[in-house]
Design a protein around this ligand. Sequence first.
Ligand SMILES: Nc1ncnc2c1ncn2[C@@H]1O[C@H](COP(=O)(O)OP(=O)(O)OP(=O)(O)O)[C@@H](O)[C@H]1O
Length: 791
Amino acid sequence: MAKKKAKTRKNPANKTSKFTFKLNRQQKVVLGSFLMLFGLALLVAFISFLFNWQADQSSLDHLANRQIESKNWLSKFGAVISDFFIYQGFGIAAFVISFLIGLTGVYLFFNFKRSNLQKFWFWGVLVMIWLSLFFGFFAEENPLLGGRIGYEINDYLQDYLGFFGTVLLMTFLFMVYLTLRLKVTPELIGSYVKKSKKDFQSEFDKKSGGDISETEEEKDWKEEVILKKQKAEEESASEIKLETVTPEEKKATPTVTPAPKKEQNDEVEMEVETPPEEDEVEDNLSKKLVSDFGEFDPTLELSNYKFPTLDLLKDYGGGITVNQQELEENKNRIVETLRNYKIEIAQIKATVGPTVTLYEIVPEAGIRISKIKNLEDDIALSLSALGIRIIAPIPGKGTIGIEVPNKNSTIVSMRSVIASPKFQNAEMELPMALGKTISNETFVVDLAKMPHMLMAGATGQGKSVGLNAILTSLLYSKHPAEVKFVLVDPKKVELTLFNKIERHYLAKLPDTEEAIITDNTKVIHTLNSLCTEMDNRYEMLKNAMVRNLKEYNVKFKNRKLNPEDGHHFLPYIVLVVDEFADLIMTAGKEVETPIARLAQLARAVGIHLIIATQRPSVNVITGIIKANFPARIAFRVTSKIDSRTILDSQGADQLIGRGDMLFTQGSEMKRLQCAFVDTPEVDKITEFIGSQKAYPDAHLLPAYEGEDNGTGVDIDVSERDKLFREAAEVIVTAQQGSASLLQRKLKLGYNRAGRIIDQLEAAGIVGPFEGSKARQVLITDLAALDQLLNE
Ligand SMILES: Nc1ncnc2c1ncn2[C@@H]1O[C@H](COP(=O)(O)OP(=O)(O)OP(=O)(O)O)[C@@H](O)[C@H]1O
């Protein structure tokens, strides 16, 4: 039993070796010793053949005649086999064969790892052919050196490549051997030459030094110096040794396990067989596909697509101008105001941004931070400026920040942020260049990481420009195959420009005219369709055994997923909703529920949401929405309450408008000046894209089957799920009509549980869909259920 087990156990060390047939240890020893001796015999026969080949020519013709003797040390066998390998074969290069056969014997006999052997054979045979060609070329008249093969190859090459061509080819092959097999590189030769030069020099020095007689004193001094030098060298060597060797030793220690002592009385010898590793067919297939066709390129269909150029964006010119006088005045006022309240400042520093200047102050020891914070309005009054914001303390800096708006603000052009290396070199999935920070650095974030964003701001403060800036960033960085937008614009005027890129970048419901959604019912349909798309994508991810869209696409590009199984490259989908408040007011739960579902689940499948609203009140941005939108942008809002709703802290009410904004992604809050992109610029960009070759249609989302005609009341009884009854019992017992309950209790996938719920609704067991609440259960107990189902 134990033996059997041991036999089937794999030895990971031998994973790489692949054999076509299996030998046990005894067989290996027998075959190994045979091959070793056979290799030796060949060697003897070959050597002997070199001396006797002419004399043995006649014996070759009369093999059967026992009267005719052969001079070869291995007689007729030796003569025949040598003639075969040397004269008819590779010439003296055939010695390599005897070596390879002998070596194979050694490997088998001592049970060495065979991957090295394969290398020996591969390179051995190549060397043999090369040598044969070499001798065939340079010693054509001596058939023993190049053999027939050398002669023929040389003849063939001379016909096609000529004399020089053949020499060049041989030289090239020689270099290939030196580089790939012997790992000889020009650097190595260089260092070798240097070393031998040094050796030569020192030898020379020694010799010439010996001639000149040194005084005893000089000798002593030299010896001393040499000794010191040696000592220092030894020391430094031992130091280096300590550094380099220790980790290796450390690494080796835990893995070294003492080899089991061989039993002296080995009565029962256990044999461990290592079955060959089976190749993973799929993996092999994908590797083959990749090697044949290269990685899948999703951009191939629009391979001539040209990204919009920078000159489509306007340069609003001029960087930040520092007004020394203004800075000085502001500084004095801040210091004075604080002094009036007995707050002394130890240090003050100003950083000039595009719209605001940050004055960082370090108060004298013992000053309470809250005291400064409370002086916000007083400082604003003394500076007679709006939009003062006090950050006390600035996280991670240990200073207090006072942001004061500049008299003349600078426009941050979209062009400058798109052209910045930060954006151009951003290794992000969905990079968005939002604008510039207070220290005038371009601020780029990844929407894929956020994973959803909420944007609020009173009217005219820069929301639409902000949305355009985000969309522009994505247009400048992503190919139409990689990202699709679903645009919801109840105002009907803000996003219409993007209609031009419908067949490049937009996604829409099938059988709809316009890709940009302006109508409330269509919004509901589209949101539900996105939920279906999300579920479908989850199913695909599950089948592909990956966790997120990025991994899925990598796997698909590597041709590890078969398109015939329904797999295809998945673009990111960015849903942009402008005027969310308007939607919620008119459609309420019908919009909130799918938005909440998408926000909760869609991140892994590459669906990201950007929602903008004028009115960030609590009935618009509900708890569930807020909880799922960690990234928030606030433009200027009208009240502290609005600021709290959107940012969970005040500050947005202190902004100065025109793209001045606060951005938070959870913890830290950043003040930014939003990049400005004007409508004509967006027009030019969409025109540039729209005039290029496009896909036949916009990206189609799954068709939405409305509740009235879809999940319908008339689901065929015969189409009920096998677990229908069981599910009904679970629901009735728990008196809770939720799909997730079924998922947990019956261990089902989301889709199946959802379908069962629909069937339960059709059977009148649960009530209709009620948004985020669980459905009402219409049957009170199991008896009633039995009665209903048996009817
Ligand atoms: N980043 C910015 N830089 C400079 N000016 C800006 C910026 N953003 C907005 N503005 C100015 O503010 C004006 C209004 O901006 P925008 O149309 O984006 O406001 P909004 O918040 O979308 O308003 P509404 O909610 O009424 O649509 C713009 O026309 C522009 O002049």
